[in-house]
Design a protein around this ligand. Sequence first.
Ligand code: C2E
Ligand code: CA
Ligand code: CA
Length: 614
Amino acid sequence: MTRPRTPRKFHLSKMLGTGQLTTAVAALGVAGFILLGYQFISLRQTLTADVTVHAAIMADNIAASLMFRDSEAATEMLRSFRPAPFLQEAAVFDRGGKIFAWYRRDGAAAPRSQFWIEPVAVTRPVVYRGTELGQVRLVADTSGIRDSLWRYGTLLGLAFLGALVTSGLVSRKMRSRMARAERELAYLAYTDPVTDLPNRRAGHEALDTMIERARIKGEKVGLLLIDLDNFKVVNDTAGHDAGDHLLRLVAGLLRDQTRETDLVARIGGDEFVVIAGPLHGSDELHVLAERIIAALQQPLQLDGLEFVATASIGSAVFPDDADSAPELVSNADTALYDAKDAGRNRLGQFRREMIVAAQRRAQLERDLRRALEHGALDVFYQPQFDCPSRTLVGVEALVRWKHPEHGYIGPDEFIPIAEQSGLIGELGRFVLERACVDIHALGEYTGLPLTVAVNVSARQFREDEFLQVVQDILARSGLPAERLELELTESVLMDDVTRAVDFMHAIRRLGVRMSIDDFGTGYSSLSYLQSFPIDQLKLDRSFVRPLPAGGATLASAVIALAHGFNLAVVAEGVETPEQLAWLQAAGCDVAQGYLLGRPMPIDALREQVAAVVV
Ligand code: C2E
Ligand code: CA
Ligand code: CA
């Protein structure tokens, strides 16, 4: 499997080391030169001052010798410089500029430059009572300055070297630390810390690369978008550690199912991708996808509990289904949407028609928005009968949309659109309000206090203001709370168990009843019958359909179970008298279905009720 690549744009660690060292060397060099220069100037100034003092003293002392032209005395006087080793040469000139007396240090050569340092020469006039008698000239040797500068220079050089070595060591250490930090950052930027798989960014970059390579070589690349179906349930019921554990198990499983050349990445909470390439044909990708689905159906052990992590997969192939990476991702996503829509735990293979369906969805969303604004939605009511007495006791409110072009559109098609587009809140409020108002008015008119069941979608239930909405609508419509029932599906409850339980308690405190819709089609976990504050179960149509010839054992078990938990049972989709008779005998509490009445407008319901009452 391809590993995430490290970005190779620039390395701060390398730049930092070299840059720092160069700067340090330059700064030390300049400082060393300045110090040496300063030292030279001050040594030379001191020497010049010394020589000047000696010259001045000598000029005073030698005046008499000059005046009496006693050159021997003058020479003797000059020899007094012997204890001053830096004075190399001394001379006295008479008024005419001729040499009068002269001295040079024993064994010394004529004064000359020490390297580039000129000897220091000072000339002073010899004056007696305002008259210049001649001049004294002293020449000092600068080898002392030279030696001092040498010593000083060597010291600076050593300090310079020491600093260089230290800063080299420090910067090497820093460089290795920086390099390590950079490696870690690159790893984090391209790796998912939970599963150790390449992350979303790495996945995208790898897809780009693989597609470009396939384009050049004329090969195919397959993309699988994998979405775990019930990850949230695991996270909520078993905790986040178990959730992480599950993700790691799935990651391992995906790695096992794929080839060395394929890339597996985690691109979101419970979303993975497999980029398979090169492919010999699109069948190869579908075989791989089916293998993954089959592998995921095996129960996984999570902290002593058993879980099945089924997944929905969307697939698309380059260049058959798309000719760029973004289009491939978008088409695989459309196929994934299709797989989820078709009931999850399956593969959706991208087809061009899916784009048409997606466009239709987008168009429907725009139309639905308008329908909500213009009151083009309606609510129908389907009667519910008490089983033992066969009397009408309530209705279920079902939304209807008469589309101006496409005609009647069922809620199965537009409720998911309303949920995804966020229109569900408004739609739900509309249905709830209309249902409460209609059924309250119907009760006033006929004197029959029917209950009304209203479907609540997951998204609506998650909205914080939902409780307030229910309260307000009850108050406005005048319908007593105990005549309202809210129907929730199992998946709504499983989304966030703790929150769902709190919320349901709050709703029940209002006096509103709660039922579980489509019982048996979702998780059908026995445990939630205990933990959720519910009043009844709605036995799904699929349980009723095979009755009485088949499915009797299952249906009676569910009825017995519900009664065991003190819950009423409403049977849905009752279409034949035989089904009704069986349900009645099995102790079912309420029946609903085409046999007893189809969903109808409020006027039709009013007529039916009036007929019953009269
Ligand atoms: P559901 O809650 O399970 O509603 C019962 C569905 O079964 C209704 O379909 C109803 O027309 C249909 N039905 C009733 N009796 C029979 C029968 O004997 N045989 C058969 N084959 N079908 C029967 P409908 O009205 O198309 O609603 C479909 C789903 O749309 C509902 O399923 C419900 O989940 C959702 N829905 C409907 N109205 C609303 C609403 O106002 N809000 C929300 N959130 N969802 C709604
Ligand atoms: Ca329902
Ligand atoms: Ca139902």
